[in-house]
Design a protein around this ligand. Structure first.
Ligand SMILES: Cc1cc2nc3c(=O)[nH]c(=O)nc-3n(C[C@H](O)[C@H](O)[C@H](O)COP(=O)(O)OP(=O)(O)OC[C@H]3O[C@@H](n4cnc5c(N)ncnc54)[C@H](O)[C@@H]3O)c2cc1C
Length: 432
């Protein structure tokens, strides 16, 4: 589990950014936002940085923020080919939890959850973190037994988790269909009450604003097209805005990780696949928790705007197209309507896909490479949003110190040679 130095890192992450007063908010609102202060500068690349982070999603921005706030590395840049949060960060269904099976997973996801609990204060930004609970339901005796094993393992790691019986579920989620004659009846489940959701865009914006306040250059609409090296050392990156010299490069590009790795002649054990989600038209509050079902491959929550947010498993083929095939939403909606019959009367508002980076053991990669100064953080697959603060925190540590801390060490690329895999496929049935 997290060592003392990691705890110190958490405590160091406070109070470094500007405060924005209520008065300036009111003044700007009454001027029709004409003098509205930009949340972050539109930086242009400098010729050289101490470190460059490729990818302006939550993980990349969090990495930059912790490099600056914990390690005092402020001569750094985040390079994003599109707009901040336009990748999976802005496309995900925002489920946050830390109830994984193995000790290594418990360490990183719980580290992240602890950071989530103080993140709005740390960033001075309302990320709308809501610990409304995540309930995973069981539809068979076998699933129930498996869940009870998981709950024991999770609790042994000091993480909250409890088994709920059918009566408790009916009370906790009054709108769920408890009819035992349906295709997949609800027979029980397990709950992490500290789990929940957060506003995905706000997480990207909050990290970006706080990092910018400390001097980090955030460069959007700038694609990295090449990684330059001299022998076994990285020396810079080629971008659509020119060459940038640097001796440290952190790649945090999720579904595009294999493409970046290829630029350095590295082959990653990653498959990129579409993952879809959709939201309904908004309705009054009806569901105040997150429900997941691995057996029927569906999960659902209600956004603060009132939309029902639904997702399922990955499409069955590799692709870089940010959309998916029709059978996945069809299957997802059938399962959702069976569990929540009132959904059948709702219309769909939006539907989209993102490209997720899946590893053979359904666990991430946080690693140095054979090339000095080149680091990868990827492989979060269908479930990396929840890890955003923890991932950024330990990745910043790895880049700054050039060695992994206790939490990051098991996630090195070398595990695919040693066989020390962290198989979270059970948690990754619907790993959100
Ligand atoms: C539909 C869907 C639902 C999901 N639901 C959940 C959930 O409920 N809970 C959960 O924990 N996780 C969920 N996930 C997974 C989660 O979204 C991701 O694991 C996480 O957001 C990854 O964050 P990131 O910052 O690493 O990647 P991203 O947000 O994808 O950021 C990577 C960035 O890199 C940029 N980039 C790529 N190539 C280049 C280049 N050459 N040069 C410059 N920039 C480049 C991209 O434009 C992108 O903005 C879901 C994902 C999807 C698609």
């Amino acid at each position: 589990m997290a060592g003392a130095s990691i705890d110190r890192g958490i405590k160091a992450v406070t109070g470094k950014q500007k405060r924005y007063s209520v008065f300036s908010l009111a003044k700007n609102a009454s001027s029709y936002h004409q003098n509205w202060q930009q949340a972050w500068r539109h930086a242009e690349p400098k010729p050289e940085y101490d470190a460059v982070i490729i990818g302006g999603g939550g993980h990349g921005l969090a990495t930059a923020y912790y490099l600056a706030s914990v390690h005092n590395m402020t001569n750094i840049a985040v390079i994003e080919k599109g707009w901040l949060g336009g990748g999976n960060t802005g496309r995900n269904t925002t489920i946050i939890r830390s109830n994984y099976l193995w000790d290594e997973s418990a360490a990183i996801y719980e580290h992240a959850l602890k950071l989530w609990e103080g993140l709005a204060q740390d960033l001075n930004f309302n990320i709308m973190f809501s610990q409304r609970g995540v309930l995973t339901i069981a539809h068979s005796e076998h699933e129930l037994k498996e869940m009870s094993r998981r709950v024991h393992a999770i609790r042994l790691n000091g993480i909250d988790s409890e088994v709920l019986g059918p009566d408790e579920i009916a009370k906790f989620v009054p709108c769920i269909n408890m009819d035992q004659s349906i295709r997949y009846p609800v027979m029980g489940g397990f709950l992490q009450q500290r789990g929940g959701t957060a506003r995905h865009d706000a997480v990207a914006w909050g990290y970006a604003r706080a990092a910018d306040d400390m001097g980090v250059d955030i460069i959007q609409n700038c694609e990295v097209t090449g990684l330059k090296r001299s022998g076994r050392r990285i020396t810079g990156i080629q971008t659509t805005k020119g060459f940038i010299k640097t001796r440290k490069v952190g790649c945090v590009v999720a579904g595009h990780s294999s493409l970046l790795a290829e630029m350095a002649g590295i082959h990653l054990p990653i498959a990129s696949r579409p993952l879809q989600a959709l939201v309904s038209e908004p309705i009054k509050p009806v569901l105040d928790t997150v429900i997941m079902s691995n057996a029927v491959h569906m999960y659902i929550s209600q956004s603060d705007k009132g939309e029902m947010v639904l997702g399922a498993g990955v499409d069955k083929y590799n692709s870089y197209a940010q959309r998916g095939s029709f059978p996945v939403p069809e299957h997802m909606i059938a399962a959702a309507v069976e569990l929540f019959p009132f959904l059948s009367r709702l219309r769909m508002l939006r539907h989209w896909g993102g490209i997720v980076d899946t590893c053979p053991d359904a666990s991430p990669i946080i690693s140095k490479t054979d090339i000095d100064g080149l680091y990868f953080n990827c492989g979060w697959g269908t479930g990396g949003f929840k890890a955003t603060p923890g991932s950024g925190h330990v990745f910043a540590d790895l880049i700054a110190q050039d060695r992994p801390n206790a939490i990051a060490a098991p996630y090195a690329l070398s595990r695919f040679e040693t066989g020390l895999l962290i198989d979270e496929h059970g948690a990754a049935g619907v790993a959100h």
